[in-house]
Design a binder for this molecule. Structure first.
Ligand SMILES: N[C@@H](CCC[C@H](N)C(=O)O)C(=O)O
Length: 281
């Protein structure tokens, strides 16, 4: 069987996009996703994204598998890539710059901007321990600057869900963090029953954050959109940053704003197509 795909990336967080508009089931299994994402024996990617028919009166549904085959609720860089992919698929018949996308994290709205960037309404962050989920605090409490023991050290963590779980730690120097060593220990820590994404943040200025990320199901990536949103929210909660900031990731910068008016988080960044191909399974 040959599968047609298009490869996109958002700041180096790269995805295989599949036109799955004619079926409500992904045409690829989680096991095949692992194979396709392999950088030596497959196409190579941090995840696979399926453009599917819209559920609940939305334009489309996004499903995604991480490179380990697990299925996350949302992906910020991925949904920008999906918006660019849908615009390409629709071509001349496209009627709007905005899509309402059904995801496991609710309805998310990306908008194609005239400068080529994609702005996404990422929704309202969820802050209670039970919503993350984490057992670090009672389920009805926020998890702000709580101690967490990892690799023989106590880390001050703040947890935020952007539909998917994030554990954020503010550090003096992100470059000094041994991410490949401690990332997996955060991801699989027993206080996170659904595992977690982990972000290390250096506040350069209240409106400029530097971030490195260990992603659940994908490991070290060059960028994470939901992670950048969660980091800004955590920074505001912990009194460390403004409600609007640039987040610099290894792959480039995202603009993030947490609106005081509607409490929603807005993310703006690029989505680039890199190649198309056919993969023989
Ligand atoms: N890179 C993504 C997040 C992808 C999902 C994540 N690995 C998870 O399991 O929650 C982003 O840009 O948000």
């Amino acid at each position: 069987m040959a599968i047609e795909f298009t490869k996109y990336h958002g700041l180096g967080n790269d995805f295989i996009l599949i036109d799955n508009r004619f079926s409500c089931e992904p045409v690829i299994t989680p096991e095949q996703a692992v194979q396709l994402c392999d950088r030596h024996f497959g196409i190579g990617a941090d995840g696979i994204i399926f453009a599917m028919p819209g559920e609940d009166n939305t334009d489309y549904t996004m499903r995604i598998f991480n490179s380990d085959g697990s299925e996350p609720e949302m992906c910020g860089n991925g949904i920008r890539c999906l918006a660019a992919f849908l615009a390409e698929l629709e071509g001349e018949s496209r009627q709007s710059n905005q899509y309402r996308i059904h995801t496991l994290a609710g309805v998310i709205t990306p908008e194609l901007m005239s400068d080529g960037q994609v702005k996404v309404d990422m929704g309202i962050p969820r802050l209670l321990a039970g919503e993350i989920p984490t057992t670090l605090c009672p389920a009805d409490q926020k998890v702000i600057s709580q101690p967490l023991e990892v690799a023989g050290k106590s880390w001050d963590v703040t947890c935020v869900s952007m539909g998917n779980p994030h554990c954020i730690t503010f550090v003096e120097d992100v470059a000094a963090i041994p991410l490949d060593h401690i990332g997996p220990q955060f991801e699989h820590h027993p206080v996170f029953p659904q595992r977690t994404n982990t972000e290390f943040i250096q506040v350069v200025r209240p409106d400029y954050l530097k971030m490195r990320v260990w992603e659940r199901g994908a490991g070290i990536t060059l960028a994470c959109g939901t992670g950048a949103c969660a980091a800004l929210v955590a920074g505001v909660l912990a009194g460390r940053c403004d409600r609007t900031a640039t987040v610099e990731l290894p792959g480039g910068c995202l603009q993030i704003a947490w609106s005081e008016v509607d409490q929603r988080v807005y993310m703006t960044g690029p989505a680039k197509q890199v190649f198309q191909g056919k993969y023989v399974i």
